[in-house]
Design a protein around this ligand. Structure first.
Ligand code: SF4
Length: 88
């Protein structure tokens, strides 16, 4: 999982820091610090924080920790890999 916070949108409402304090932290009134690649055990909290952000400033890219060969773009780059013997 990867997250990006649009800091131009963020208004420092702190909903994210309340819901996922290990990932989002407010310093002062509006300076948001966050972990761009939060650990897997924070996934649910991050999703809740993203949903709760009043200005939808939190963008979540889910599934980034999956195996690279499982990603659609990897398959598109090598479309024959799945059918070849010995290739998993
Ligand atoms: S909930 Fe949204 S607006 Fe509030 S601090 Fe987090 S990212 Fe910023």
């Amino acid at each position: 999982m990867k997250i990006v916070v649009d800091l131009n949108r963020c208004q420092g409402y702190a909903q994210c820091a309340f819901l996922a304090p290990q990932v989002f932290e407010l310093h002062g009134e509006e300076a948001l610090m966050y972990t761009p690649q939060p650990p897997a055990d924070q996934r649910e909290r991050v999703l809740r924080a993203a949903a709760a952000c009043p200005v939808q400033a939190i963008l979540v890219e889910d599934g980034v920790e999956d195996r690279p060969e499982d990603r659609p773009e990897a398959r598109a780059a090598d479309p024959g890999a799945e059918g070849r013997p010995g290739v998993r």
